[in-house]
Structure formats: structure tokens, C-alpha cells
Design a protein around this ligand. Structure first.
Ligand code: NAD
Length: 242
């Protein structure tokens, strides 16, 4: 049998959080195109064709657990989790409130933890699983006005490394895919000045498309990537080099 590097085996149950727009949407579309069965845990809105909707906020543990239980009942054991839901709330350090810090951590870090904790149950039972977390190059390099966001994304590195140490012998991998700047609603808010400043610092000379992030997530989630674990994989046009 031949094994494709880009496409996973077909028919797996894949959960992508926050698949209504941006990177999550592109990831969900990619798994659907590869023949997987895709569910999203999300806050509502229009979804790509073929994606099953389960409404929950990742800040709500009970709702997250209920969504996973419903997915398992309707679709079967979850083999791939892509924790994509994330937010920014930029503010200068000295002005940042507890609420601005904690609300970003609650979605990006604790929200990811809630999904990983629940998804790993079935993966441990099946002795098989792929956990892919959306980090950010900002989690490695930092960003002005982003103490909350960069802290939340940096912590995901420790998370995948702990998961790898705990579950590495059970056929489960856990990795961070760390995009640089991507053309989505999250970056559409940047001023022209800031955008042109970033463009000068990116060796590729442009932002990524969401599809370029989805392609790497697809590989990390594939059977072919069974020995890639505890890794941080930048997809950043060279932004984070050196
Ligand atoms: P986006 O704002 O377009 O989409 C984020 C998605 O997360 C939305 O669908 C939103 O509804 C969902 N979400 C937010 N809070 C949620 C919650 N509490 N519960 C459930 N869903 C929630 O952002 P994006 O640019 O597509 O970013 C996706 C991921 O990639 C995020 O984790 C982000 O931090 C990361 N990322 C983005 C960039 C970029 O340049 N756009 C760069 C690096 C990393």
C-alpha cells in the first residue's frame, strides 16, 4: 500500500475548534477534502460544507465535555483534535487589566486544555490519536502589546511536551503548529502602518494564506507523522529565524 504524505487516511473523526472562519475554517475544509469526518466545537455561524456543528464555548468545561460526548455518540471515537479557537486582546503591559490577561488565557490556554483533556480519554482507550494545537510565532518571539496572547501561546509548548511525555507510548502525538502572520479577521484589524512594518520583517514578503497553515496541520495529523511529537513547527515565512 502507498502512503500519501499530505493526506491522512480517510474516514477518521476529526474535531476542529472554531471552524466558522479563518484558519480553523481552512483546516476543516482540508480534512473534509481529505475524506475525514469533521466536527467543529464552535460558538455558531456559517460552516464549510460537510462540517458537523456542535455549539460550545471553550471557556465552559461542562459544555466542552458535553460537545465531545455528543460527537462520540453521533460520529464515533475522536482520532484527531485540532485546538484552533483563539483570541487576541492587545494592550500595553502597564495598562493591561486582570480581565484582559485572564480572558485571553481562558480561551487560548485553558480552553485548549479543556479540549485536550476530554479528547485524550478516547485516544488513550484507542491507543491512537493526533493532538494539534494552534500556537503562534508570537508565543516564541513575543509581541508588543501582547503579554497576554504571547504567554497563552508559549504555554502550549509546555503542554504538548508534557502530553508527549505522558502519552507518547500510547500511539498519541501532540504538537504545536506556530503560524506567523496569516490573512484572517485577526490580522485584518492591523493598521496599514503596522502591516507594512511586518511585511518588511517577513522574509517571504507576505502574510500566509489560511490554506498554507491547514496543509501543515494536515501533515502533522497524518499517519505519516507518527514520529513527530512534542514539536513546535513554525509556518511563518521565515519570520522567526535566528
Ligand atoms: P479568527 O479570529 O478568524 O478565528 C478564531 C476562531 O476561534 C473563531 O471562529 C472564533 O469564533 C473562535 N473562538 C474564539 N473564542 C472562542 C471560544 N471561547 N469558544 C469557541 N470558539 C472560540 O482567528 P484566526 O486568525 O483564524 O486564528 C485561529 C488560530 O490561529 C488562533 O488560535 C490564533 O491565535 C492562531 N494564530 C493566528 C494567526 C494570524 O495571523 N491570524 C497567527 C498565529 C496564530
Amino acid at each position: 500500500a502507498t502512503q500519501s504524505i499530505s493526506a491522512g487516511p480517510t474516514g477518521r473523526v476529526v474535531v476542529v475548534t472554531g471552524a466558522a472562519r479563518g484558519i480553523g475554517r481552512a483546516i476543516a475544509e482540508r480534512f473534509v477534502a481529505d475524506g475525514d469526518r469533521v466536527a467543529t466545537i464552535y460558538r455558531g455561524g456559517d460552516l464549510p460544507k460537510g462540517v458537523e456543528a456542535y455549539v460550545a464555548d471553550v471557556t465552559d468545561s461542562t459544555a466542552v465535555d458535553a460537545a465531545f460526548a455528543a460527537i462520540e455518540k453521533d460520529m464515533g471515537p475522536v482520532e484527531v483534535l485540532v485546538a484552533n479557537a483563539g483570541v487576541t486582546k492587545d494592550q500595553l503591559l502597564m495598562r493591561m487589566s486582570d480581565e484582559e490577561f485572564e480572558s485571553v488565557v481562558d480561551v487560548n490556554l485553558t480552553g485548549t486544555f479543556r479540549c485536550v483533556r476530554r479528547a485524550s480519554k478516547g485516544m488513550i482507550r484507542a491507543r491512537k490519536g493526533r493532538i494539534v494545537l494552534l500556537g503562534s510565532i508570537v508565543g516564541l518571539s513575543g509581541g508588543p502589546g501582547q503579554v497576554n496572547y504571547s504567554s497563552s501561546k508559549a504555554a502550549l509548548v509546555g503542554m504538548v511536551r508534557s502530553i508527549t511525555r505522558e502519552l507518547g507510548t500510547r500511539g498519541i502525538t501532540a504538537n504545536v503548529v506556530a503560524p506567523g502572520y496569516v490573512e484572517t479577521d485577526m490580522t485584518a484589524a492591523l493598521s496599514d502602518d503596522v502591516r507594512s512594518h511586518y511585511l518588511k520583517t517577513i522574509p517571504a514578503g507576505r502574510f500566509a494564506t489560511p490554506d498554507e497553515i491547514a496543509a501543515v496541520v494536515s501533515f502533522v495529523a497524518s499517519d505519516a507523522a507518527g514520529y513527530v511529537t512534542g514539536a513546535v513547527i513554525p509556518v511563518d515565512g521565515g519570520l522567526g529565524m535566528g
